[in-house]
Design a protein around this ligand. Structure first.
Ligand code: PEP
Ligand code: MG
Length: 591
């Protein structure tokens, strides 16, 4: 039989219909939730066979929650608890047309590293992705793994697929930041970047073949699947405004471009909690100057290159401040090891040597001097500013001058927050802070203006946590870098752990990825110690988190319970964090 709308029952059996409505209301009122009910009518008698809370899509869940509050069935607090924050994700990204999807074969599955759906032809290098995108093609960037050099290709691609890497691999973090779809660590795929082929289960794919990625499931499909744009209905706004009324934890965003910052503002971000300035140096017009700075043999030569970077960097910060409309902006000073900015391929090295007027042998010598066995534990973070204080000087100048100019132009009161990465010892912070203060105060005095700025630190090394009382004396704020803190607490690399962690899950040694969800038993204890020690010295020390865990609901609960002031996450996770923070407040109220 073709099912009839329920209204048909009213026409055909009005009495039974009234009885039906009465029971339905009773059940919904009793369970305080939308019911999925089964009933039958036999010889005019109504029987209820079963009732249970109805399954629902994210869209439906929002409408149900809002309707139930408006009908007085549940309170706003109860409604807030009815929605799984992770479900919001599906509302913010394009998705595959479900009917279309059924017609295509899944050829591999990786980690669902950044949600959304993407379809395009395969591009095997960042440059190729960029060029084909500029020529009007839709491409999926397929790489063994990505590195900062690939950024422009990642921006140009519809989606990113990597063979290696976990949830905090470069590809995953950058894609989430951009809101781009990404499947990471699809180990069944073999990529031959040189011959531009990809092989899965014996079948070979070339640059002319389409693939489609589902970043929410990690599935890789053969062929071109049509996508549908997300619809954000009015219920979404109403629901999120209740979450904002309730929560006490603030939500900021990690953003490196005005585009990402503006997106985050639309999603309700209350400031930037992390700008990774290193991402600003890979653009075509800058990388050469950056490389000039890195290979400079004298301070004078380094300063000459930095002088050229200053106006660009200042422009970046002005763009961010403007996009954030006066909200606080945390700028983190250069963090990665410098060799990441240098070319790796023979031809690129030869080209760079020619541009720099160096011999290839000399340039190779410099590159090999910069080589490190464990770069993530090497010459990076505040260690760079200690070796080359002029880098910190240039970045301070850019942060401060940009803030003065934007505040003047817009009549705002932006308070820039300068953040020093990878501090493990208070004297490191003292040294860099001194450079920052000297530079910033001189500019402010010279311009004859007033500007409030903060100097704080990332807390991402275990030693920083256990000496947080000393560090707090020198810091205006702490921001927990839980990516590095997890890496350094466990002693395994965030870029490599993906390859063996699956054995840990299979053997039930771990039941979740500690880079995606905070390990509260271990890493969380370092956070707790640092909070207690820091606030023991400075009662009102501002505390935030800007590692990936800032957008993970269970981790957000932990940060709420431990008294943090804010979490900071990728723009597309801002609504998720806002809802998780409200749920934490309902379950465990704090001031
Ligand atoms: C961190 O370590 O948590 C962090 C936010 O910094 P990055 O991921 O850039 O090292
Ligand atoms: Mg870090």
């Amino acid at each position: 039989r073709t099912p009839q709308p329920i209204e048909e029952l009213e026409k055909q059996m009005p009495e039974t219909y009234n009885q039906f409505v009465e029971i339905v209301n009773k059940l919904e009122n009793h369970y305080h939730d939308m019911q999925d009910m089964e009933f039958t009518i036999e010889e005019g008698k109504l029987f209820f066979l079963q009732t249970r809370n109805g399954k629902r899509t994210a869209q439906a869940a929002l409408k149900i929650a809002v309707d139930m509050v408006e009908e007085g069935l549940v309170t706003k607090e109860q409604a807030i608890l009815m929605m799984d924050p992770k479900q919001l994700d599906t509302l913010l990204h394009p998705a595959f047309d479900t009917e279309e999807m059924k017609k295509h074969e899944i050829i591999a599955t990786g980690l669902p590293a950044s949600p959304g759906a993407a379809t395009g032809k395969i591009a095997f290098s960042a440059l190729e992705a960029k060029e084909r995108h500029e020529a009007g093609e839709k491409v999926i960037l397929v790489r063994q793994e990505t590195s900062p050099e690939d950024i422009e290709g990642m921006i140009a691609a519809e989606g990113i697929l990597t063979v290696r890497g976990g949830m905090t691999s470069h590809a995953a973090v950058v894609a989430r930041g951009m809101g781009a779809c990404c499947v990471a660590g699809a180990g069944a795929i073999k990529v031959d970047e040189k011959n531009k082929t990809m092989t899965v289960n014996g079948k070979v794919y070339s640059s002319e073949d389409y693939i489609s990625l589902d970043g929410s499931t990690g599935d890789v499909y053969e062929g071109n699947i049509a996508t549908v744009e997300p619809e954000i209905s009015g219920h979404f706004g109403t629901f999120m405004s209740w979450a904002d009324e309730i929560r006490s934890l603030k939500v900021r965003t990690n953003a490196d471009t005005p585009h990402d910052a503006a997106q985050a503002i639309k999603f309700g971000a209350e400031g930037i909690g992390l700008t990774r300035t290193e991402h600003m140096f890979f653009a075509e017009d800058r990388i050469f100057i950056m490389r000039q700075m890195i290979v400079a043999r004298t301070e004078e030569a380094r300063r000459a290159a930095l002088e050229k970077l200053l106006p660009m960097q200042k422009g970046d910060f002005k763009g961010l401040y403007k996009a954030m409309e006066g909200h606080p902006v945390t700028v983190r000073f250069l963090d990665p090891p410098l060799h990441e900015f240098l070319p790796t391929k023979e031809k690129e090295i030869a080209d760079l040597a020619a541009e720099l007027k160096l011999s290839v042998a000399d340039l190779n010598g410099i590159i090999s001097d910069l080589h490190e066995f464990n770069p993530m534990m090497g010459h990076r973070g505040c260690r760079l500013s200690i070796s080359y204080p002029e880098i910190a000087e240039m970045q301070t100048r850019a942060v401060i001058e940009a803030a003065i100019e934007v505040n003047e132009e817009m009549g705002w009161n932006t308070v820039p927050e300068i953040m020093i990465p990878l501090v493990g010892e208070v004297n490191e912070l003292k040294y860099v802070k001194n450079i920052v203060k000297k530079t910033a105060d001189a500019i402010i005095a010279e311009k004859g203006v007033e500007l409030k700025y903060l100097v704080g630190t990332m807390i991402e090394i275990p030693r920083a946590c256990v000496t947080a009382d000393e560090i707090a004396k020198e810091a205006d704020f702490f921001s927990f870098g839980t990516n590095d803190l997890t890496q350094m607490s466990f002693g395994f690399s965030r870029d490599d752990a993906g390859t063996f962690l699956k054995h840990y899950y299979d053997k039930k040694i771990y039941d979740f990825d500690p880079f995606a969800k905070l390990d509260q038993t271990g890493v969380g204890q370092f956070v707790k110690i640092a909070v207690e020690k820091g606030r023991g010295v400075k009662e009102n020390l501002k505390l935030g988190v800007c590692g990936e865990h800032g957008g993970d609901p269970s981790s957000v609960h932990f940060f709420h319970e431990n008294g943090l002031d804010y979490v900071s996450c990728s723009p597309f996770r801002v609504p998720v964090a806002r809802l998780a923070a409200a749920q934490a407040q309902v379950k465990n109220p704090r001031k």
